[in-house]
Design a protein around this ligand. Structure first.
Ligand code: WQD
Length: 343
């Protein structure tokens, strides 16, 4: 079957990677997934095939393994681009084991860019994060806001990887790159076949809510209600993971078609709306009809108070806009939890 071309998705069995792979296939691309399954499961490849009707090729190896990386690019020619998700991503864990985060997130980025240079792969989309902004001085936060000292080794690896990409491009390497600065991805594909699969106790709000509602967790702890926000709880820009996935297709096609305005670009990928923790809880109860057991506890160290995106540049330049509502996000997260537990 002729396709629009081959796209490599690192971390493609992960939460955002699997949703992006589904969108790529449905838009006519052939996807080659590279994943070491350190924080995801191989059955997600079956689920991607079940949803899209096409099975992506899957290569299980670690991007730290330069030999396997080289063999992969020797065996797979005519690659149109790489979308790089593979990374360790738990903020709290990164404080406990920084050396693992620095090696895993930075060396894999360096290996990948070196392999792309060697094998003449040009187009690169990088999974970055709004974490690079810290607590912005002004809200909504634009791409021109200053990058602040990172609050965690995880956040710092995102900042350093943006610089690694930009400096590599500025050095004259034949690479074009787009960094997508995600806000808070939540929710799941409407099929309920793929979704967020945190290992152990979830760090993030949404999986903790759905696991509490299912009965796996006793009670949700709300980390603080004494912030200077309307209801006292922290505000974030939650974005449906399918909206986020679609932004990656637009970004890689921008590079493939050459409509990028410079060889290194970065875009905020959020909705432009901020919602508090209490508003997310209210949305979950409204959309699912489930009452949530929660209590307010002390603030979580490292949390910023409030952030939401100025999406003007991303909307205009990418011609992309998030569409799904908070209720669609919380309901789809619940439907995934139900399907996964009852599988
Ligand atoms: C959201 C809000 C918590 C859990 C981080 C990274 C970001 C990305 C997503 C990887 C905060 C509150 C949470 C709980 C709670 N990482 N909360 N009880 O910290 O905004 O972003 O995860 O892709 O780069 O920075 O997301 O979901 O952990 O927290 O009250 O049990 O929910 O205090 O206000 P965060 P989060």
């Amino acid at each position: 079957m002729t396709t629009k071309g081959k796209i490599v998705v690192t971390g493609g069995t992960g939460y955002i990677g699997s949703h992006t792979t589904v969108e790529l296939i449905q838009q006519g691309y052939e996807v080659l997934i590279i994943d070491n399954l350190s924080n995801s499961e191989a059955f997600i490849v079956d689920r991607i095939e079940q949803i899209s009707g096409v099975r992506p090729s899957f290569f299980e190896f670690d991007l730290l393994d330069q030999e396997k990386m080289d063999a992969f690019f020797n065996q797979n020619k005519d690659i149109q681009g790489v979308i790089h998700f593979a990374a360790a991503k738990a903020v709290g864990e990164s404080v406990q084991i920084p050396l693992h985060y620095y090696r895993n997130n930075l060396v894999t980025m360096i290996n990948l860019l070196e392999a792309m240079k060697k094998h003449q792969v040009v187009n690169f989309v990088f999974s970055s994060s709004c974490t690079v902004y810290g607590q912005p001085d002004q809200l909504p936060v634009t791409e021109n806001a200053p990058v602040k000292p990172a609050e965690s080794p995880y956040g710092y690896t995102k900042q350093v990887n943006e610089a690694i990409l930009n400096d590599t491009i500025k050095s004259g390497a034949n690479i074009k790159g787009i960094a997508l600065r995600y806000f808070n991805p939540i929710g799941a594909h409407h099929s309920g076949l793929i979704g967020e699969l945190p290992r152990g106790v979830p760090n993030n709000l949404m999986p903790f809510i759905t696991q509490t509602a299912y009965g796996i967790r006793e009670q949700l702890r709300v980390f603080g209600s004494d912030y200077s926000t309307p209801d006292g709880s922290c505000i974030r820009d939650y974005i449906h993971v399918v909206d986020l996935a679609k932004a990656h297709i637009v970004a890689i096609e921008r590079l493939i078609k050459g409509t990028n305005k410079s060889n290194y670009e970065m875009f905020n990928i959020g909705t432009g709306n901020g919602f508090s923790v209490f508003e997310v809880i209210q949305s979950f109860e409204r959309s699912t009809g489930k009452k949530l057991n929660y209590k307010v506890v002390d603030r979580r160290p490292g949390d910023i108070e409030q952030i939401w995106a100025d999406t003007t540049i991303g909307n205009k330049e990418l011609g992309w806009k998030a569409e799904k509502t908070l209720d669609e996000m919380t309901l789809s997260a619940w439907q995934w939890e139900l399907n996964y537990r009852n599988k």
